[in-house]
Design a protein around this ligand. Structure first.
Ligand code: EPS
Length: 386
């Protein structure tokens, strides 16, 4: 599976190409649009999301509602582009737009300007923007369709915003978690915590500040044997960690117990192995490993978490230096989200779906959906005979 995105936040559109999805997968734009809409929602989002109405348009790789096996090309229109006439087009400017020379702390502005030698920092921030994550969600949406056809389901939920954490009973089933999270405007399965989170977001907004948080991604139905111990870049947990860490504003990733495992002794960490004679499958009473051992999925749900820093665009700006005058200023503020953790959780879901789709296709092979499904059935038979 190969994929790549293109596009600037206020350019005409953002786009993606994904190659390696087998032929014969039923795929409609509306399947993707449902995820795009979820990414746009969430308590704490800013004014830009009132302008955009993300919808995907397939421009290659899909015919009559089914994939063809070739590269799938998709575009999403940036409705805000209309407000950037003369400033964001590909043609030479009739009149040079005012250069953005004041880098915002916490953004790519300064590091990117230095690296690419751009004196108008808009050339950096337009691509660094989290607008790009809409396209990741579109690619993830294509993967969701394939995963569903292979009985794999992935969902995310928010477990913390700022200093408020969700308290979830250990008996909460993954199904309940998913339903509760979907019903919440914060993607949080604990309604009481969600109320406190909303208050914390309102409080941050009043103070001209922003908030980060933590979300968890859970993948159900993942067969054992995805990823490999034999080489560093084939380890499934390493691939999931890179995928999550690559999301704008993510500063930490955990798999299973994560950092908590370092505080416990071994007997409180490793999951005992049991056997279910009815299904002929090995089972685990606990899942501290988060479904991955030795870099290989072990048949338990894959569970990982990502920590998002607070949005770097602050109403009460932090000190910075104008790159032209070298003088100190307090950054100008236009608009921003106060908290985008619920949106990031939808992006995290997409990134994990992309990694699992790639790993499944590597394990199973196949050029058509029916061939991949046949290979999975054969592999499951092999597992039951082990
Ligand atoms: C973003 C800044 C804001 C966000 C944007 C990401 O956009 P603007 O600068 O136009 O107000 O709204 O997020 C999206 C557009 C989106 O679709 O998620 C940033 O600097 O990363």
């Amino acid at each position: 599976l190969r994929w790549i995105t293109a596009g600037e936040s206020h350019g005409p559109e953002i786009s993606a190409i994904v190659e390696g999805i087998p032929a014969g997968l039923p795929l409609l734009a509306e399947d993707i649009d449902a995820d795009l809409a979820r990414r746009q929602r969430g308590y704490g989002r800013g004014a830009r999301m009132k302008i955009e109405q993300d919808r995907v348009r397939f421009t290659a790789g899909v015919r009559g509602g089914e994939t063809l096996g070739g590269p799938i090309a998709m575009v999403i229109e940036n409705r805000d582009h209309g407000n950037w006439a003369g400033r964001m087009g590909a043609e030479p400017f009739a009149e040079p737009p005012e250069a953005l020379t004041r880098p915002r702390p916490g953004h790519a502005d300064l590091a990117g300007g230095l690296k690419y030698d751009r004196r108008d920092l808009r050339d950096i921030l337009e691509r660094a923007s989290a607008r790009e994550t809409a396209m990741r969600v579109a690619v993830g949406g294509v993967c969701r369709k394939l995963l569903a056809a292979l009985d794999v389901e992935v969902f995310a939920h928010v477990v913390a915003i700022g200093s408020v954490s969700a308290a979830l009973a250990p008996t909460t089933s993954p199904h309940e978690l998913r339903v509760l999270a979907r019903a919440s405007d914060l993607a949080c399965a604990d309604p009481e915590a969600a109320e406190a989170m909303r208050a914390a977001i309102r409080d941050a907004a009043h103070r001209g500040d922003t908030l980060g948080g933590v979300f968890e991604v859970v993948a159900l139905g993942v067969p054992p044997g995805l990823g490999s111990h034999v080489q560093w870049d084939r380890r499934l947990d390493g691939r999931v960690a890179q995928a999550l860490m690559s999301i704008q504003a993510i500063k930490g990733v955990e798999v299973g117990l994560g950092f908590e495992a370092a505080r416990r002794s071994g007997s409180g960490v490793h999951d005992p192995i049991a056997y279910d004679a009815e299904t002929n499958l090995f089972i685990r009473p606990t899942n501290h490993a988060g479904g991955v051992e030795g870099g290989i999925s072990n048949g338990m749900p894959v569970v990982c978490r990502a920590a998002m820093k607070p949005i770097a665009t602050l109403k009460r700006a932090l000190p910075s230096i104008d790159i032209r005058s070298k003088e100190r200023f307090d950054a100008a503020f236009e608009r921003s989200d106060v908290c985008a953790v619920p949106a990031a959780s939808v992006v995290g879901e997409a990134m994990v779906m992309i990694v699992l789709t790639a790993a499944l296709l590597e394990k199973l092979g196949g050029d058509s959906l029916s061939e991949v499904q046949r290979h999975l059935a054969g592999y499951r038979e092999q597992l039951a005979r082990f």
